[in-house]
Ligand binder design. Structure first.
Ligand code: NAP
Length: 292
């Protein structure tokens, strides 16, 4: 396989670290994104030692900040003349109460939805320079568990709950990536494949850096010793994303959702063209100031 230039967000832990490791082992150049420089440089050293592939670089941005997403994209484009694969892996879970970023956005939506949409848009020119590029975004089976979308309250100012925010952010990012593919087609760009994935339930640090709701703390504390029996490993959870990122079988395919069972079905329970368009339009309104 040709050596590709691949950017993996959230490469410092869990699934992203495994995705980066597997992609380095395949011989690609992998740019590791993290939010903490020291931690990201440590992971970089570990991955080079584990894979024997020195072709790595790091980019630092807190994805709660769209300004930092923009700066990271600018740093990438200044250094690299093309991007072959963007893996929007980073994601997070927040607490029981609505919390806003410094830029005023609900944190779950900022990290899980607005950041991957903005990063993808800012890197389109780099992806266009690849003969055949891919955007792979890690969603979740929880996309079916966020309940009814609040289309007039995407950032859940009046309707927040932990479960709703995470589930809906993962549903909206699937819709947004499908809209992005349509948006690319409208511009005559057919060389960028856009797909989403989910890992099943994998043992990682997801949400561990934030103040979890009490019931999640109980589940993790009581369930942790049993986790190896009940959950997939991070390496197993990373497999669908690695497949979507580089398998020749995916070339030329878009709007697919890959999981542990291979090609899987997105829950279309709350899908309507109007809902999907509303989410895309909202994302575009949020990211617009950072696209100029
Ligand atoms: N684990 C599961 O069972 C599961 C199930 C469904 C979907 N997912 C999805 O899989 C993806 C990877 O999650 P994971 O399970 O591997 O969790 P994880 O172990 O917590 O890793 C998440 C990664 O995202 C980074 N990250 C989180 N918030 C960030 C922010 N504000 N700015 C920049 N980076 C940030 C983390 O950085 P730090 O290292 O600095 O914390 C870490 O590198 C996420 O999109 C998650 O929603 C996971």
């Amino acid at each position: 396989m040709d050596s590709k230039i691949i950017l993996v967000t959230g490469a410092t832990n869990g699934l992203g670290r495994e995705e980066a490791k597997a992609l380095l082992a395949q011989g690609h150049t992998v740019i590791l994104h993290g939010r903490n420089r020291e931690k990201t440089l440590t992971v970089q050293k570990e991955l080079v030692a584990e894979t024997g592939n020195p072709n790595t670089d790091v980019l630092i941005a807190d994805l709660e900040s769209l300004a930092e997403v923009k700066a990271m994209a600018q740093e990438f484009t200044a250094k690299y003349d093309r991007l072959d694969v963007l893996v929007n892996n980073a994601g997070n879970q927040y607490g029981t109460r609505w919390a806003g970023t410094a830029e005023g956005h609900e944190k779950t939506m900022a990290v899980n939805l607005f950041a991957p949409v903005l990063l993808s848009l800012l890197l389109i020119d780099s992806l266009k320079k690849s003969p055949r590029a891919r955007i792979v975004t890690v969603s979740s089976a929880s996309h079916a568990q966020g309940g009814k979308p609040f289309i007039d309250d995407i950032e859940l100012k009046d309707n927040y709950s932990f479960r709703r925010a995470y589930g809906l952010s993962k549903l909206y990012v699937i819709w947004a990536m499908r809209s992005l593919r349509k948006h690319l087609s409208e511009q005559g760009i057919e060389t960028i494949d856009v797909n989403t994935t989910h890992p099943g339930i994998a043992l990682t640090n997801l949400g561990g850096s934030e103040k979890r709701p009490w019931y999640m703390t109980v589940i993790y504390t009581v369930g942790r010793p049993l986790a190896p029996l009940l959950m997939r490993t991070a390496a197993q959870g990373a497999a669908p994303t690695i497949y979507a990122a580089t398998s020749p079988e995916v070339e030329g395919l878009s709007d697919r959702y890959y999981g542990p069972k291979g090609l899987e079905q997105v829950s279309e329970r709350h899908y309507t063209p109007a809902n999907e368009a509303a989410v895309w339009n909202y994302c575009m309104k949020v990211v617009d100031p950072y696209l100029r």
